[in-house]
Design a protein around this ligand. Structure first.
Ligand SMILES: Nc1ncnc2c1ncn2[C@@H]1O[C@H](COP(=O)(O)OP(=O)(O)OP(=O)(O)O)[C@@H](O)[C@H]1O
Length: 261
């Protein structure tokens, strides 16, 4: 069994709002092993992005602790700054700098390297995502799928210990989305990266993840392998959630085949 890498230990998170404190995540725990891809899966508003933001260092904890490779990153009253966490991020909106070409976008987090080292690393990353021929292009000249591959190359370039992906495929059409999900999984597996992905798309979660956490109202109700979730759901909520999503996917496929509405 690989060693534990990311550990969320009974974390709670809340937002200060004009109406008062809004509890969002309540006593959530998970452990992700080195080289594994984990996924938080759940309905809109259940707190997935908030958990990811707390790991990145953008949200303070109200309770609990976050560890990466046994280093304490967060606890109430203590936060390692986001730029010192060695955590890479990839979001749904690509977040590429429009005025920089692809080479400069991918090299953005490598200012500490000299010009030659930076270029070598950028080219290695572009080769990894299969885009060496477009290094001098600008983001608006690329398709959504290509832009997202550049975003992955940029996130991996500084050799992060952990990669966080927030709905990275949701702006893409269905075919590209599926293909890229598998591609990203293969790249992460080949490079041995540990990653945590957030999605509300079950097919995506099952395509990419070694461990899936089904979330309900700010907590994980089951943290398990895709097989375990399918065959041993711990509650009717999980069973219904999995069945409902599978049913919706089947209906959508039937609809696309013209077999009804
Ligand atoms: N900055 C904020 N201030 C106040 N409330 C917030 C803030 N960000 C998120 N929330 C609220 O916290 C709850 C959880 O939001 P979060 O974005 O973590 O959910 P999510 O599961 O990622 O949802 P989605 O799938 O729609 O992105 C929601 O009720 C949301 O309205």
């Amino acid at each position: 069994m690989p060693e534990d890498h990311l550990k969320l230990d009974h974390i709670s998170l809340a937002y200060d709002t004009p109406e008062g404190l809004l509890p969002v995540v309540n006593d959530l725990s998970l452990t992700l092993q080195k080289g594994y891809i984990g996924c938080l899966l759940g309905a809109s508003g259940c707190g997935k992005t908030t958990v990811l933001r707390s790991i990145a260092g953008f949200e303070p904890l109200r309770a609990g602790k976050i560890f990466l490779s046994e280093t304490l990153l967060s606890e109430p009253g203590y936060q390692v700054e986001p730029q010192h966490r060695n955590v890479g991020m990839m979001f749904q909106d690509y977040a590429l700098f429009p005025h920089l070409n692809i080479e400069k976008n991918v090299g953005f987090g490598l200012q500490h390297k000299n010009r030659h080292e930076r270029r070598d690393r950028v080219m290695d990353m572009l080769e990894l995502v299969g885009l060496t021929d477009i290094a001098s292009r600008f983001p608006h000249e690329l398709s959504g799928g290509q832009q997202q591959r550049v975003a992955l190359a940029r996130a991996l370039a500084p050799e992060p210990e952990l990669l966080l992906l927030d709905e990275p495929f949701s702006n893409l059409d269905v075919d590209t989305r599926e293909r890229l999900a598998f591609e990203v999984r293969d790249i992460l597996q080949a490079t041995g990266h540990t990653a945590l992905l957030v999605t509300h798309n079950q097919a995506e979660a099952f395509a990419i993840a070694d461990r899936i956490g089904v979330m309900e109202k700010g907590n994980i109700v089951q943290w398990d392998s895709p097989y375990g979730l399918h065959h041993n759901p711990v509650s009717t909520f999980v069973a219904d959630f999995i069945r409902r999503e599978a049913l919706m996917a089947q209906r959508a496929q039937a609809y696309l085949r013209g077999e009804g509405s």
